[in-house]
Write a protein that binds this ligand. Structure first.
Ligand SMILES: [Zn+2]
Length: 111
């Protein structure tokens, strides 16, 4: 174990935090794929749903978290004729979740 072994109660669930980061990355890529008609869309959607299921299994009160995540995802819906590299909504998506998102303590939030 690394140095954190000295701390018996980690401040948050590392695996849940890792899953959340993975979900954010997949959702960002999915939003871009859907908006710019990439053939990756279906594969990314399936991966995203798998990660959502895992988050639901892992976190006892995941409903509120998923509701926040879906609001973020809905804000990324777009259709664009410009390439993803210059698309503003894709750029916004790459920034990840907003800093003021009320994440549960289990994934590193303040509450
Ligand atoms: Zn875009």
């Amino acid at each position: 174990m690394p140095a954190q072994a000295a701390n018996p109660t980690p401040p948050y669930d590392r695996e849940a935090a890792r899953l959340l980061r993975l979900w954010v990355e997949l959702t960002q890529r999915l939003a871009s794929a859907a908006a710019h008609r990439s053939t990756d869309e279906e594969a990314l959607r399936n991966l995203q749903l798998q990660v959502e299921d895992t988050i639901t299994d892992r976190l006892p009160n995941s409903d509120a978290l998923l509701a926040e995540l879906w609001v973020w995802e809905a804000g990324l819906l777009h259709q664009s004729e410009t390439p993803p590299e210059t698309c503003l909504i894709c750029r916004k998506a790459r920034l990840g979740l907003p800093a003021d998102l009320p994440l549960p303590a289990a994934v590193g939030g303040a509450r």
